[in-house]
Design a protein around this ligand. Structure first.
Ligand code: GLN
Length: 343
């Protein structure tokens, strides 16, 4: 008798448990659906808010960048499991420029460990523009960090390569691995940039002079300029960022691009130097590790969660895309994703 009571109580308990588990599953589904709606809504909102903003101007020190239609604007969120939320021109192929820099630093970290970046390049913010030669003369580390031109040219020179062709192929394959897509060189951008790269050539030669460049200077300059001229879309930038948000594994291909334990080191440099002399105000307003490029692209990473990327060619004085910055700041504020806490 007692056993029968126990058995029926147990059956009741199981029934209640399965009801509550079903309820929880439904709740989880509702929450996931609500989160998706919220992510799409905030992307749409950021796009609508800033699409008519026409402050700033295309980069013109690389002549061809001035010819990119200034009104293009795309905004995207890619989550760590590869879900994509977009608005605007997220499929337009533009030159990646400096947004490539952290990903090549990641390649150096993967090949030689984070000490190589620390010791052979540096990890201090310069507080100076991206192409500063003054920083290189003033600061003992010379190349200073892998996200300004000097440190990025040094990073390219550190890739373990047998030849210029091999160096370029490794850099390109690594960017493609992060994007989860085949990428190509935009020849016209490369020609335009290489034929006007006197300032970067000076930087490469100065670094070599100070023994802070680890290959032939012209080879490093050529591969660095090709890296800058790789075609990318805002959506692909989002996937590159999502790979960092996902601990170094590309959510589309499941391929590991960076050991998980080095993702925080890379994100730290992106937070302190990703916006050059605007890294402080960026950190203050968006609170996210990010990287900008003079092609108009920006990618920001919410560690462990998602990436927010945007593209728009008009830049401010520091060479950062005006609409892309505003869109990402808005999304970060709305979602409360600053790494320092929601404000
Ligand atoms: N390739 C560009 C340069 O070296 C990259 C600059 C940038 O995007 N900030 O000047």
């Amino acid at each position: 008798m007692q056993h029968a009571v126990n058995r029926s109580l147990f059956a009741l308990f199981l029934g209640l448990l399965s009801l509550s588990l079903c309820g929880q599953a439904a709740l989880a589904r509702d929450t996931a659906a609500a989160t998706k709606l919220q992510l799409q809504a905030v992307v749409d909102e950021a796009y609508a808010l800033y699409k008519d903003l026409d402050e700033g101007a295309n980069a013109n020190y690389i002549p061809i960048l001035e010819t990119v239609p200034s009104d293009l604007f795309g905004v995207v969120i890619v989550t760590r499991d590869g879900e994509v939320f977009t608005a605007g021109d997220v499929g337009y192929e533009f030159s990646i420029q400096s947004v490539a820099k952290p990903f090549t630093a990641a390649l150096v970290m993967s090949q030689q460990g984070p000490e190589a970046v620390h010791e052979k390049i540096g990890v201090e913010p310069t507080g100076l523009p991206f192409n500063s030669k003054l920083a290189l003369e003033l600061l003992a580390a010379r190349s200073v960090n892998p996200l300004v031109n000097a440190g990025a040219i040094a990073a390219v020179s550190l890739v373990a390569a047998k030849s210029e062709e091999d160096r370029w192929q490794q850099v390109l394959d690594n960017l493609a691995g992060f994007a989860g897509a085949e990428l190509r060189l935009l020849d016209e951008v490369y020609e335009s940039e290489y034929s006007s790269s006197w300032s970067n050539r000076a930087i490469a030669n100065l670094l070599y002079n100070y023994e802070r460049l680890y290959s032939d200077p012209e080879e490093a300059l050529i591969v660095y300029t090709k890296q800058s001229s790789v075609g990318i879309t805002a959506q692909q930038l989002g996937v590159m960022g999502a790979t960092l948000a996902n601990g170094g594994v590309n959510p589309l291909t499941n391929k590991r691009l960076l050991p998980a334990e080095h993702v925080p080191e890379l994100l730290a440099v992106m937070l302190t130097a990703g916006f050059y002399d605007e890294s402080g105000i960026w950190s203050y307003t968006a609170g996210l590790p990010a990287k900008t490029g003079v092609g108009g692209g920006i990618v920001a990473v919410v560690p462990g969660e998602l990436a927010i990327a945007a593209f728009s060619p008009r830049l401010n004085e520091a060479g950062n895309s005006v609409r892309s910055m505003k869109a990402i700041q808005h999304i970060s504020a709305q979602l409360g994703t600053s790494i320092f806490g929601a404000n």
